[in-house]
Design a binder for this molecule. Structure first.
Ligand SMILES: Nc1ncnc2c1ncn2[C@@H]1O[C@H](COP(=O)(O)OP(=O)(O)OP(=O)(O)O)[C@@H](O)[C@H]1O
Ligand SMILES: [Mg+2]
Length: 250
């Protein structure tokens, strides 16, 4: 469903992504894990056609995003790192506005608005101004705008960043419920987040792919004195895999 091949991105002379390849199968939740500055947002901006890569190809649902960016965008819902919410708009007005920008109208638009209102639990703030929303509700509106056109693929850049523990649980539950029918790529630097949500994990660091696979597959690659692979925590796996690229001795 998402097929990233040899993706590279340079900002001037700075290499933000270097020859990164990964795939997400249909219906899979893929966690893109990496420290600050790893290149997660850069990769997501390329996948959602907001940035043009220096090299590489990306296919979404079989569509080459560089050849047919508009076709690709129809299939993608994107929750950016910072959601561009217009403070003076009401929640319902904003989502209707995004829906119309996505070519929805009439009964279809009304149906989709009702769907995101229910799915993202927005009923209690439906007529509120965006500037009045708590961070958690703002994030739910961000998810709602990503879902309004019922995309097959969801790309979520740190969906729970800045939320309190209750809001984190709610957003995770929402993402899990969406995972039944969508392919989801989300980024995070929080290990528990990938553990809670991801079927498979892609680890990047300083623009380079470190490893990808299920937790069990990643654990099998780590040598940890005295511990069996199945007993390793994700933290131990992450540090173990990152150690060579950090230049830290085992
Ligand atoms: N427009 C830009 N111009 C120059 N450098 C940039 C630009 N955007 C990002 N970078 C650099 O590219 C690298 C990767 O940035 P990116 O935002 O993709 O990382 P990230 O993994 O999303 O990090 P974070 O966890 O902090 O969100 C960083 O070193 C960043 O400073
Ligand atoms: Mg980022």
């Amino acid at each position: 469903m998402i097929d990233v091949q040899n993706l590279s991105m340079q900002y001037g002379s700075f290499v933000a992504l270097k020859d990164v390849s990964f795939k997400a199968n249909p219906g899979e939740v893929l966690g893109l894990l990496g420290p600050n500055g790893a290149g997660k947002t850069t990769a997501m901006r390329i996948l959602t056609t907001y940035l043009y890569p220096s090299a590489g190809t990306v296919k979404v649902d079989g569509i080459d995003i560089l050849e047919s960016p508009i076709e690709a965008r129809r299939r993608i819902g994107y929750l950016p790192e910072t959601v561009p919410l217009y403070p003076d708009m009401r929640v319902d007005e904003y989502l209707a506005f995004v829906g119309r920008a996505r070519s929805l109208e009439g009964v279809k638009l009304a149906e989709r608005l009702e769907w995101v209102k229910q799915a993202c639990h927005l009923k209690s703030v439906w007529k509120h101004l965006l500037c009045e929303l708590s961070k958690g509700y703002g994030q739910r509106v961000g998810l709602a705008q990503a879902l309004i056109h019922d995309p097959k693929v969801l790309i979520l850049d740190e969906p729970t960043s800045g939320l309190d523990p209750i809001q984190i649980m709610e957003i995770r539950a929402l993402v899990k419920s969406l995972a039944k029918e969508k392919t989801i790529l989300f980024s995070t630097h929080i290990l528990q987040e990938v553990e809670a949500l991801a079927d498979r994990i892609v680890i990047i660091n300083e623009g380079e792919l470190v490893a990808q696979g299920t937790k069990a597959e990643l654990a099998a690659r780590v040598q940890n004195a005295g511990k069996a692979a199945q007993d390793l925590s994700l933290e131990e796996i992450f540090i173990g895999l990152l150690r060579p690229s950090l230049g830290v001795a085992a």
